[in-house]
Design a protein around this ligand. Structure first.
Ligand SMILES: [Zn+2]
Ligand SMILES: [Zn+2]
Length: 143
């Protein structure tokens, strides 16, 4: 299986048209779990494909999000950050460096919702604080 086949299958199973941009976005988000903004995704993909338009990227992201292949995070307030959605996880935002880190903890409420027969498509747990790298730097600076 080539690395793109996985994304072709994802699009197919959601009855989505397979477009180059959609594949590239999925591939990029899967490989970069840094929760980039649409602008970052656009400028990264544009490096390989200079003819790429911003609208194409925004439209593709919207479609992928509507079909639950990609999720967007509003952890930074007004700024939208994108994430490959292969499993549900929570997020930790470092208020100092702005890094968003995946937190893999089971959500007890999710199990309750499923038991009640609801279909849950998104779970967002936002944790905010200072990451360990920033804490280490702070400590170092005090000496
Ligand atoms: Zn930090
Ligand atoms: Zn994430």
């Amino acid at each position: 299986m080539t690395c793109l086949e996985k994304y072709v299958e994802l699009l197919k199973s959601n009855n989505l048209k397979i477009t180059h941009q959609r594949l590239e976005i999925l591939k990029y988000l899967d490989a970069h779990r840094t929760h980039p903004t649409a602008d970052v995704i656009y400028s990264e993909l544009k490096k390989k494909n200079p003819a790429l338009s911003k609208t194409t990227i925004y439209n593709a992201l919207e479609t992928l999000q509507k079909n639950n292949l990609v999720q967007n995070l509003t952890i930074c307030g007004s700024e939208q950050r994108y994430d490959f959605k292969d499993y549900m996880h929570h997020h930790f935002l470092c208020k100092n460096c702005g890094e968003i880190i995946d937190i893999e903890i089971a959500c007890p409420n999710l199990d309750k919702m499923l038991k009640h027969g609801h279909k849950v498509e998104e779970v967002h747990g936002y944790f905010k604080g200072i990451c360990k790298e920033c804490l280490r730097e702070k400590k170092g600076a005090k000496k």
